[in-house]
Design a protein around this ligand. Structure first.
Ligand code: FAD
Ligand code: DHB
Length: 391
């Protein structure tokens, strides 16, 4: 098989790239190790930045998001027994966020690709990338017991943090930067009415908690936990007890409960690889960078990467010019480092680090007090939360 761009991974990065390339008249093949059912049901992100929402809308895949997603104009910070609203819209000249689940974005993109005759190979095993230093790189894989190969002009490594693409860049040609956090997030989905119209990020002595939502019937809740902890040790009763303790019944507010439909623990990590390109291989999304979930930036960074990449590839296939391709890594890294900065800061602002001394705990409260009482400081949070402009 031959195509212009071989894409490894059908997450948000790979699928959106394939869609954007199609709109530019560029052919691609997506190779995904999991099944369609699996990628369409994995519970992950929920917050889409204004720029991501606009991109999905502008490229014709935003209709269901508009119908079923919820626009939020603010978020809440809860600490020291009070709740403070950050007016995202008012502080950013009208920008907001959208609550719409990542797996719904995935469903919309898969459908759009298949309707347009796009090629997605699900359950592609043993993917290997070769020849990225030449003009015709190849992606080998196995499907239904057959050894297959895609020859292409470029390879896009969109296979997430645990994929194979990043390692295809020789070790001597890449630098990696990593920070591990001593905590993870315990996430649940519950069939319960919303407890709040807008997200609540809570800082509490027992640790961070977050109230988010998926639909008027399904709520998404998280609390900080030990990343080595085992979900099995958390009965439903214990989960609710912990959520109630951290969120408190501030100002008459109450957390609504319902049956727990799903639960899972994710570790928090910051990771960057530089550069994001080697020869004819371009990394995008979590394959190149991971941010701690607190800033809700990962999916949005993936979308920004592939927009930049699709424009650069379009210019190349139109004119043979490589300027935008040559700048791809630097352009994306600038945005990704800013998202790292913001995500790390939001994490430090709201999480309980057992190694912090009493002085550091007091500073964390002072930071929150300043943030919620200064328009300048609130604006800095708001403009990063709704998303910095895509260059
Ligand atoms: P992925 O979604 O990881 O997709 C990679 C794909 O490649 C997968 O389908 C995988 O199966 C496939 N793959 C892997 N290896 C191979 C291989 N060898 N061969 C073929 N295919 C392969 N981000 C936000 O912006 N907002 C949020 O609110 C938010 N909340 C989050 C909450 C949680 C609990 C978590 C865990 C993450 C959250 N994120 C959030 C981050 C977001 O989910 C990720 O950043 C996003 O999924 C990255 O997309 P991606 O396409 O780069 O990678
Ligand atoms: C959600 C995830 C996040 O990482 C976040 O910061 C806010 C909300 C969510 O899954 O709804």
């Amino acid at each position: 098989m031959r195509t212009q761009v071989g894409i490894v991974g059908a997450g948000p990065a790979g699928l959106l790239l394939s869609h954007l390339l199609h709109l530019e008249g560029i052919a691609s093949v997506v190779l995904e190790s999991r099944s369609r059912e699996e990628i369409e049901s994995t519970i992950r992100a929920g917050v889409l930045e204004q720029g991501t929402v606009d991109l999905l809308d502008r490229t014709g895949v935003g209709a269901r998001m508009r119908r079923e997603g919820a626009i939020h104009h603010g978020i809440n910070l809860r600490f020291a027994g009070r709740t403070h609203r950050i007016d995202l819209r008012g502080l950013t000249g009208g920008r907001s966020i959208m609550l719409y689940a990542q797996h719904e974005v995935i469903k919309d993109l898969v459908q759009a690709r298949l309707l347009a005759g796009g090629e997605i190979q699900f359950e592609a095993e043993g993917v290997g990338i070769e020849g990225i230093d030449g003009r015709s790189p190849r992606i080998r894989y196995r499907k239904d017991g057959q050894e297959l190969e895609v020859t292409c002009d470029f390879v896009a490594g969109c296979d997430g943090f645990h994929g194979v693409s990043r390692a295809a860049i020789p070790g001597a040609a890449r630098s990696e930067y990593q920070h591990l956090y001593p905590f993870g997030w315990f996430g649940i989905l519950t069939r319960a009415p919303p407890s709040s119209d807008e997200l609540i990020y809570a800082r509490h002595e027992r640790g961070f908690a977050l109230v988010s939502t998926r639909s008027p019937q399904i709520q998404r809740l998280y609390f900080q936990c030990d990343p080595q902890d085992d979900e099995a040790g958390w009965s439903d009763a214990r989960i609710w007890e912990e959520m109630h303790a951290r969120l408190e019944n501030v100002e008459g507010w109450r957390l609504s409960e319902g049956p727990i439909l799903q639960k899972g623990i994710v570790a928090l990590r910051s990771f960057m690889v530089e550069p994001m390109q080697h020869g004819r291989l371009f990394l995008a999304g979590d394959a190149a960078h991971i941010v701690p979930a607190t800033g809700a930036k990962g999916l949005n960074l993936a979308a920004a990467d592939v927009l930049v990449l699709s424009r650069a590839l379009a210019e190349f296939f139109r004119s043979g010019k490589t300027e935008l391709l040559d700048r791809y890594s630097a352009t994306c890294l600038r945005r990704a480092w800013r998202a790292q900065r913001f995500s790390r800061w939001m994490t430090a602002l709201t999480h309980r680090d057992q190694t912090d001394d009493a002085f550091t705990r007091q500073l964390q409260l002072a930071e929150l007090e300043y943030l919620t009482s200064s328009r300048a400081a609130s604006t800095a949070l708001a403009e990063n939360y709704v998303g910095l402009p895509i260059e």
